[in-house]
Design a protein around this ligand. Structure first.
Ligand code: DAH
Length: 347
């Protein structure tokens, strides 16, 4: 029996060594310890032994049980530990990876430009005012010295609602409103950002709706030098300190003299590049000294008051500043486009 038990333990250890799965370990256990195992039959056979033999074989069976159990449990623990390690490895979370982050909204590029301009002009003592988009012909044209039969009306193809009401084609209408609203006829310093509408077919550089910002200063002794200084300040704030400006004579009914204003190309510094079409200059706005007729029609005595005005296209500025080639991008709300402005360094 001693020999049988020794062989049994040897075989059991071999079987245990060759087993690598937890389920198979159960089979090994029942093979060596189960009801039909040789060990159980040895235990049964012990009944027929003398008490002397019973004692010594009893010790041996105990020894077998202890050794088997110890060897078995060791292996089982190792199998379980290996399985756990494998699982931990496969389910490992790399806590050093960057998180997904919270997606925040961003300001629209046109809003960037508008607020930059507003902040600048507020810092120079201007009021920011608003006017209605549905406007009278009187405010949008007549009082801006552009009578009905004037050829300048052709420059702006306007959406008329009735003979007298229209969708404003320029924020210049707010000049008229501001001067008329000022009953005491005191000095004025205002900017007015807002939407305007024209009967244009939409393409990469035209839109039936876009944004302008109007500026108006009325006071005693306002001269062209004030206009020039103001616009230079604006160009610096928007496009950098090295930006230069130049005035080209132009025509607007409500200013005399009138100028179109160019900025030196901020990409090439004026040397000429694709952005400025090799001219070195980019046109950004219309401006001039407020026409005496306009002052008079709005209740200001042109003998006492002078003023300057300017109107700048916000989309145009944004296109040049951010290198946007298609105007329609501003209005299609494609997040892939808008995401470009979701950066803190966009100014
Ligand atoms: N309203 C003009 C336009 O839409 C732009 C403009 C030109 C505005 C000269 C002004 C100005 O205030 O003085 O084309």
């Amino acid at each position: 029996m001693k020999e049988r038990l020794e062989n049994l333990l040897k075989n059991a250890k071999l079987d245990i060594d060759q087993t690598s799965e937890e389920v198979d370990m159960n089979l090994v256990k029942s093979k060596y310890m189960g009801k039909n195992s040789e060990f159980t039959s040895i235990m049964k056979e012990m009944g027929s032994l003398s008490s002397e033999e019973k004692k010594s074989i009893g010790l041996l069976t105990n020894e077998f049980r202890t050794s088997f159990t110890e060897y078995f449990e060791n292996k089982l623990n190792k199998i379980k530990a290996d399985a756990l390690n494998k699982r931990l490895e496969s389910e490992r979370i790399d806590i050093s990876l960057p998180g997904k982050g919270v997606k925040t909204g961003s300001l629209h590029p046109l809003t960037h430009i508008r607020t930059t301009l507003e902040d600048l002009f507020v810092s120079m003592g201007y009021d920011v005012v608003e006017g209605p988009q549905v406007e009278t012909d009187d405010n949008c044209f007549e009082k801006l010295n552009i009578p009905k039969d004037h050829p300048a009306r052709d420059m702006q193809d306007t959406f008329y609602i009735t003979d007298e009401m229209l969708l404003r084609s320029q924020t210049s209408s707010v000049q008229v409103r501001t001067m008329l609203a000022n009953k005491e006829k005191t000095s004025i310093k205002m900017v007015c950002p807002g939407k305007v509408y024209r009967r244009d077919d939409d393409d990469a550089t035209h839109s039936h709706q876009f944004m302008q910002m109007e500026g108006l200063v009325v006071d005693k002794n306002i001269s062209l030098a004030d206009l020039k200084g103001t616009l230079l300040e604006m160009a610096h704030a928007l496009l950098g300190e090295n930006t230069n400006i130049r005035f080209r004579p132009s025509y607007f009914g409500f200013t005399e003299p009138s100028y179109e204003v160019d900025v030196s190309c901020f990409k090439c510094g004026g040397k000429g590049c694709p952005l400025c079409k090799n001219i070195g200059w980019i046109e950004i706005l219309g401006s001039g000294m407020v026409h005496p007729n306009v002052l008079r029609m709005c209740g200001y005595d042109p003998e006492i008051y002078t003023g300057f005005a300017f109107g700048v296209g916000i989309e145009r500025l944004a296109m040049f500043k951010y290198g946007i080639t298609d105007l329609r991008n501003f209005y299609t709300n494609d997040v892939r486009f808008l995401d470009n402005f979701n950066r803190k360094d966009v100014k």
